[in-house]
Ligand binder design. Structure first.
Ligand code: 13P
Length: 333
């Protein structure tokens, strides 16, 4: 396999110690759900204003190595006409792009879905590269149900999609983040979450290897391993740390460039505490840090509330969460 040192440099920059990634890559529809939390209509101006607050906040580059954007935001500008991607690049933050087009029903497999978006992906990557993107994200959805879900078949087909996406990304000089999200919502136990996450990651990495994806130029974005959000017995940070690291040691090859976490609907504080507990377990074969969306953005939205006069307060809220998660990634929160 041809080694692509550019990919390794990008991956190393994204995984710099003490920094993490902001996932500001909501589709326009999902961005609408965020805005609805503060009773704002889902209009392009509101989406732009919110992203401008996120991307122009002072000093975030001390804690953020990368920001994942969405098609409509990587093509958008600040009010002064500076492309968002250029704002980030000027701060030394690597711009990224979510390229999957969401999930559709997997016929024959009740409740399971398969992620779309491979058509014309090479052409889309060429365009995103020109706009400044140097890494990308593709998410597969894994839902835990009573006993049968997820099936190996749904994990396998989604893993093949992820492998194909990762091949095309690497050929375009873009570091792929592969994100199998094991959904936190539900009544499943910690043990079941651990079993499902381990199985998912084992199938995913086996598939990535079979399809000759260069793991040294790839980042895993994972859920933390914890019981479902409505399960009677909730998981402590120490239990999350043990189960999550056990899962990774059973499934993630050491060549993988690094691992970042999604927050998955946990509160900002809980996400940070769990990350801190994981980091406190000591050095692992891979750099490990955060790539949160809701856990970073929700306090910002609340501080902003759509009012221009609150913009500075909102930027301060982002900086505060970024700093807390930076410290947590070092086990010092
Ligand atoms: P959350 O941190 O809100 O789970 O989002 C991360 C993400 O990128 C989901 O695809």
């Amino acid at each position: 396999m041809k080694k692509n040192t550019k990919l390794y440099e990008t991956a190393a920059a994204l995984l710099e110690r003490g920094k993490g990634i902001l996932a500001a890559d909501e589709s326009d529809a999902t961005a609408g759900k965020r805005l609805a939390m503060v009773h704002l209509p889902n209009e392009p101006e509101n989406r732009q204003d919110f992203r401008e607050i996120l991307f122009t906040a002072s000093d975030i580059e001390n804690y953020l190595s990368g920001v994942i954007m969405y098609d409509s935001s990587i093509k958008n500008n600040t009010d002064d006409g500076i492309p968002f991607a250029d704002v980030l690049t000027a701060k030394g933050i690597v711009p990224g792009i979510k390229v999957d087009l969401g999930a559709r029903e997997l016929e024959g497999f009740k409740g399971e879905v398969v992620t779309q978006g491979l058509d014309n992906l090479a052409e889309r990557f060429a365009e995103y590269y020109d706009l400044g993107a140097r890494f990308a994200k593709w998410r597969m959805v894994v839902t835990i149900d009573e006993s049968e879900t997820p099936t190996d078949e749904s994990i396998r087909i989604n893993s093949i999609m992820l492998a194909r996406y990762a091949q095309i990304a690497q050929a375009a000089g873009i570091v792929p983040i592969v994100e199998p999200e094991v959904i936190h919502a539900g009544d499943h136990s910690l043990q079941r979450a651990e079993m499902v996450t381990t199985r998912t990651l084992q199938i995913l990495f086996q598939t990535l290897i079979e399809f000759k994806v260069d793991l040294a130029g790839l980042i895993l974005k994972s859920s933390m391993v914890l019981a479902g959000d409505v399960h009677a017995e909730q998981t402590t940070p120490e239990e999350v740390a043990n189960a999550t690291l056990r899962t990774f040691h059973m499934s993630v090859p050491h060549e993988c460039a690094g691992i970042v976490f999604l927050s998955g609907g946990q509160t900002p504080e809980r996400s940070t505490k769990n990350l801190n507990a994981i980091a406190k377990m000591g050095e692992q074969p891979w750099p490990i840090t955060f790539s949160f969306s809701r856990a970073l953005e929700e306090p910002v939205l609340k501080a902003w509330g759509g009012k221009p006069e609150n913009a500075d307060k909102a930027k301060a809220a982002l900086l505060e969460r970024c700093k807390a998660n930076s410290e947590a990634s070092l086990g010092k929160a």
